[in-house]
Design a protein around this ligand. Structure first.
Ligand code: OAD
Length: 231
């Protein structure tokens, strides 16, 4: 089976009802990154950081995967599909995708604040101050914050460098190192981007850009890839 890599960002979950970050009315217009998504914010005001992620977790439990998440599952009948997502939601998993790698962590998990390998599922929406890991330290959201290393990056880079087809969906390609993945794809393979926005031209070399919302563009692209006998 050919290896098909799908690299997703906030745009794929937008039509499920989850806000993107940098669009008009996006999350980073309401909150400052340095107040909620850095290790320094956690040091300064952990309760506020918890509240931010608790609120997002509550929202996540109320939404469902959309037609784009679901269409990607169909590809598994013909391709060896690996999703690499920047998203912290679980909508790819709930849609039924088998292989999902989360570059920026997972909202439904918590982690020890002193040992990176102690990771736990969160029951319900709320992670409280005072809840501790087995070593006795406060549990934090299992999120990769700005200024932190991206532990899955090497794995993602390795997978991407062996792609036969690469699809990018709903990402502004603003945040590194994740955005750098696109430049690690082998030369000459088919590459597609589904995003209704304007993406910096330097990212788009050799990429077919479908200017469409995910729930329309992804099912169309999936239908094309399922039919195409040359891929
Ligand atoms: P952004 O908010 O930067 O970009 C969202 C992208 O989705 C834009 O390119 C939009 O044009 C596109 N978009 C909006 N609606 C869409 C729709 N219905 N269908 C398809 N695309 C749509 O989000 P990301 O690129 O995912 O990291 O942001 C990357 C990282 O920055 C996130 O993982 C997060 C954030 O800060 C951390 O918090 C560590």
């Amino acid at each position: 089976m050919k290896k098909l890599i799908v690299f997703t960002g906030a745009g794929i979950s937008a039509e499920s009802g989850i806000k993107t970050f940098r669009d008009k009315d996006g999350l980073w217009e309401q909150y400052r990154i340095e107040d909620v998504a850095t290790p320094e914010a956690w040091e300064r005001n952990p309760a506020y950081v918890q509240e931010f992620y608790n609120f997002r977790r509550k929202q996540l439990l109320e939404v469902k995967p959309n037609a784009a998440h679901l269409a990607l599952v169909e590809l598994e009948k013909k391709y060896d599909v690996q999703i690499i997502t920047q998203n912290i939601d679980d909508l790819h998993e709930r849609a039924g995708s088998q292989k999902v790698l989360h570059l920026h962590g997972e909202l439904l998990k918590s982690r020890s604040s002193i040992h990176k390998d102690h990771i736990y599922p969160i029951q319900g929406w709320e992670l409280k101050m005072g809840e501790v890991c087995e070593l006795g330290s406060q549990l934090r959201p299992h999120i990769v914050w700005f200024g932190e290393l991206v532990p899955e990056m090497e794995n993602a880079a390795n997978i991407t460098s062996h792609a036969d087809v690469f699809i990018c969906i709903g990402t502004s390609l603003n945040v590194y190192p994740a955005a750098g993945l696109i430049s690690l794809t082998p030369d000459g393979i088919p590459k597609y981007l589904v995003d209704p926005g304007t993406i910096d031209q330097h990212h788009l070399k050799g990429i077919e850009h479908l200017h469409n919302k995910a729930t329309e563009g992804v099912p169309e692209l999936v239908a094309l890839l399922m039919k195409d006998e040359n891929i």
